[in-house]
Every structure is written in C-alpha cells, then in structure tokens.
Write a protein of this length. Sequence first.
Length: 88
Amino acid sequence: MSMATFSVRLEEETKERLESLAKSTARSRAYLINEAIKEYLDINEWQIQEIHKAIKDADKPGAKFIDHDKVKSKWEAKLAHSMESKGR
C-alpha cells in the first residue's frame, strides 16, 4: 500500500492526547491518525450512503411515513423506561 505525506494543524490539547495515546499503546502518531481518519471516513461514508437510500425509498410511490410526534413519543417512552430501569 502506498502512503502519502499529509500535514495537519491540531489544537495543542489534541496533540498532547495523541502523543499520550501513542505512548501508552506503543503505536506511532501516524498510525493512530491514519486509523482515526479511516474510521471517521467509514462511519461518515456509511451514513451518507444510508441517507441516500432512505431518500430514494421515501421518493418511491406509496412510501409510508410515520408522524413525527408518534416517533418522538415512542423514543421518549423508551428513554424514560431505560432511565427507570437504571434507577435514575
């Protein structure tokens, strides 16, 4: 696999955290940055792909939609139940 050199500016705190993680994992900063960027790209590419699929499905004739308030109340009930079961 060919590698390319890339310069990036980091906030000082981020740089320090990166150096600390590199030291504690015995990995290079370059390795950690490369892995972090790959993971970020994987997640965001997947998300965009799923959004495009959902839009395509929503544009089909006969697509069914759920009222926003119904979805919201369902998720609020789930959250309340989850909080109750955790004793909060």
